[in-house]
Design a protein around this ligand. Structure first.
Ligand SMILES: C[S@@+](CC[C@H](N)C(=O)[O-])C[C@H]1O[C@@H](n2cnc3c(N)ncnc32)[C@H](O)[C@@H]1O
Length: 279
């Protein structure tokens, strides 16, 4: 697509989606999805509840496994409906839940599905009888063969830059090699300074969400963050100059996000840089 066509396409989508854009919606994501028209979103980012009984401000989610998977499939199906044909969806979850989503639904519904892994150190869940679980699954669903991937947005520098073939690739515009399918990042909860200021039990590190979002979007594109949680991915979108739409059931978390959007609380990056600023 020429840049003129791209500009026109984004203008049309902005006018259709205006009332939803760059706002946190205190509502059920299934309701919000129903209000969104077909094929308008560049990237879906899903960090759903994992059905492990985690308590979010007094509310815990635990469903029978089949019920959970059937809801997860409905969520993915509605998400793909609103996704552009050039778009991608990311589904973060524990491996078993993602295995069912992948094999029971995504394989047939999408052009291509890849699995990535986020690994972290953990000081809980150790057992003498098995290895300690310290990773999450991330499914990357490419809706059609036209789904874009911006390798240069996430490329890692080539190691041997003096190699003749590498020099040739750099000359042709390559910024490096694609990262591997596994990413290491520390957990936020109980580990980083982010956690001390942000009241939420399962925050995804900015390093993970920004890598995923950058890989399939450009500045100005629209990301649908299905579950806002602490607002960490919203903050990442703002920093990356991506537009966003998001829902969160919990009123308290929504208020926290609103404050964050007004810059009344420090961003994760500022906290991690330990700038010494106070709230
Ligand atoms: C796993 S957390 C997301 C955390 C987020 N990735 C972050 O880094 O802060 C899931 C969030 O979804 C919210 N939630 C659960 N069911 C929901 C629904 N049906 N619609 C909207 N939000 C929901 C929960 O309150 C919780 O905050």
């Amino acid at each position: 697509m020429s840049s003129g066509v791209i500009q026109k396409d984004i203008k049309v989508r902005i006018s259709v989606l205006e009332k939803f854009l760059n706002r946190i919606h205190n509502m059920d994501i299934y309701e919000l999805l129903r209000l969104l028209p077909d094929r308008m979103i560049d990237c879906i980012y899903s960090d759903v509840d994992y059905n492990k009984g985690i308590v979010y401000e007094g509310k815990s989610y635990s469903k029978k496994f089949d019920h959970y998977i059937s809801d997860y499939i409905s969520l993915a199906s509605e998400s793909l409906r609103v996704l552009k044909d050039t778009g991608s969806a990311f589904f973060i979850n524990y491996p078993k839940n993602n295995a069912f989503l992948w094999t029971r639904y995504l394989d047939d519904a999408c052009f291509d599905v890849q699995e990535y892994v986020w690994t972290y150190n953990s000081n809980i869940g150790h057992s003498p009888n098995r290895f300690t679980t310290a990773h999450r699954s991330i499914l990357h669903a490419r809706k059609t063969k036209y789904s874009v991937f911006y390798k240069n947005n996430v490329a890692e520098p080539y190691i041997n830059q003096s190699d003749k073939r590498i020099r040739e690739k750099i000359k042709l515009g390559s910024k490096g090699r694609s990262p591997y399918s596994w990413f290491y990042a520390d957990l936020v909860k109980n580990v980083s300074k982010q956690h001390k200021r942000i009241d939420h039990p399962c925050v995804i590190p900015d390093k993970i969400s920004s890598l995923l979002i950058k890989s399939v979007t450009s500045p100005g594109d629209i990301v649908l963050i299905l579950f806002a949680g602490s607002g960490s991915e919203i903050d990442v979108c703002r920093k990356l100059d991506r537009q966003w739409i998001s829902a969160e059931l919990n009123e308290g978390y929504c208020e926290q996000i609103e404050k964050r959007l007004d810059n009344k609380i420090l961003t994760f990056e500022e906290l991690n840089n330990d700038t010494g600023k106070k709230l």
